[in-house]
Design a protein around this ligand. Sequence first.
Ligand code: SF4
Ligand code: SF4
Length: 335
Amino acid sequence: MNYVLSKEDLAPFLAQLSKRFQVIVPAKNDSGIVTFQEFSGQEVCLETERLSSPKKFFRPAKEKIFSFAKKKEGYEVKPVFDKTKRVIFGIRPCDTHALQALDELFIRYYGLDQFYSSRRKNTLLIALQCTKACENGFCQSMGTSQAVGADIVFTERGDEFFVRPETEAGRAILDRKLFKQTGDAEPSSKISCKVSLETHNLAENIYRGFESPVWKQEAERCLSCTSCTQVCPTCYCYTTDDEFEFGSGSKSSRFRFLDSCQLKRFTTVAGNHMFRASRSSRLRQFVLHKFSYYQENHGMQLCVGCGRCISVCPTKISLVEIANSIQKQVLEGAK
Ligand code: SF4
Ligand code: SF4
């Protein structure tokens, strides 16, 4: 059974949920930028265009993963798991696909990253279908324009939402006084992206362009600012650091930080050897990881076509233009 919710009743619904969950919504901050933040009655932003994703609630920029202390019998290690009961409202379809890609790595491939999976299993997702394409989005090319793995899917329809619960947990949080049953067909959420990526044999074709001069040409504009990796909903590269406390009974802590493949430091190992010293090699790593390596290792793309890395790049580098141009060269060279 599907439902409708009047837009006027969204805030009361979220306020009700806030009694049982930490409720996260997209809303404008003091600088007018849309971020995912805790709901406290502020206006929820329904605009499609936004640079932020809810990744920080699954892979925070900084997280304490365990504390450790020296005891007589050895070290005592205490992991820190975030078990906050959370509801994220307004996650867009591309970002639901991004979570699928992260689940593949942190839950299925690595066995179980308990820091990630604890957040994941304690979070309900209320997706908001897009009814309009983002400026630089290419979700149609990537097949990510429809929400996946959400507990409830909302679609805007005039001054109301069409509501499709997808899981038992999702159905259980719908307040029957606010949500009215409907037998209507679901409104169309077909969008038309301006940006398009050729995806036929993408992983193979782009890898064949490993030595293409395009990497160097594009990298001449790259500032290694890391903006692309910061806004990307699937970038997960990280580093760790320890904070030591000395003295009897003291507890030291290990933290995990998001890092960026665009930094020289990230590719530097002991002996000061740098695996990717040139900007072109780092830019190539970013694009090949998204379109080629992840496909080869996990059977899925690590790019969900949100276009944020294109929107945020100060020098207008576009991974779509790079990928299209390399594929064109490779295919023309093969003729
Ligand atoms: S945002 Fe643009 S300039 Fe900055 S690191 Fe990424 S590709 Fe380079
Ligand atoms: S690589 Fe760019 S377009 Fe792809 S998911 Fe990351 S930010 Fe979005």
